[in-house]
Ligand binder design. Structure first.
Ligand SMILES: [Zn+2]
Length: 177
């Protein structure tokens, strides 16, 4: 078992083990190796806490799709092992990108969230582009609705169309006089 575990280790960890004769023995229990590695690399290990933070990230009410993207990227960075090995670094980053896309799509709110989930973008770029496009379309709709609503509303103060009582000029003139 210890042998299988060791063969799966990445170069950085293996280098460390090669310097420790005791740990390299096949009779060495896996738990001992794991403990030794954890002690050595604990400052570089991504904490379970950060995984959970990323998985549970939810877009705030006033957070745009792009701001939420930044938020998720920062959380995701915390879940990536910091290694010097270039090849491992690339692999870890690719793996982290999958995590990031999943968390981002999952955390998007409302109509934008539904639409993006429905289209299942594979990359972060694609997901953000979709989210921003849908977000803009939704904002446009809301703006049009507001113009319509304001035009139709009738003021209780002066009975004229186009504004609400709080914004009534007649009322503010009255208050001054
Ligand atoms: Zn009025």
């Amino acid at each position: 078992m210890a042998l299988i575990a060791k063969s799966k280790l990445q170069s950085l960890a293996l280098q460390y083990l090669n310097g420790k004769e005791k740990l390299l023995k096949d009779s060495c229990p896996y738990g001992v190796i794991k403990k030794a590695l954890f002690d050595r690399f604990s400052d570089k290990l991504p904490d379970q806490y950060h995984y959970t933070q990323l998985q549970d990230a939810v877009q705030s009410k006033n957070e745009s799709a792009e701001v939420f993207e930044d938020h998720c990227r920062k959380l995701c960075l915390e879940t990536v092992w910091r290694v010097d090995d270039e090849a491992i670094h690339v692999i870890l980053n690719e793996e982290a990108e999958h995590r990031l896309v999943a968390a981002y799509i999952n955390g998007l709110r409302g109509v934008v969230g539904h639409q993006v989930k429905f289209r299942m973008p594979a990359t972060m770029d694609e997901a953000v582009r979709l989210a921003v496009t849908i977000e803009n379309a939704e904002q446009q709709k809301t703006a049009e609705k507001q113009v319509f609503t304001t035009a139709e509303v009738i003021c209780y103060q002066c009975n004229q169309k186009g504004h609400i009582t709080r914004n009534c000029r007649a009322r503010s003139l009255q208050n001054q006089g």
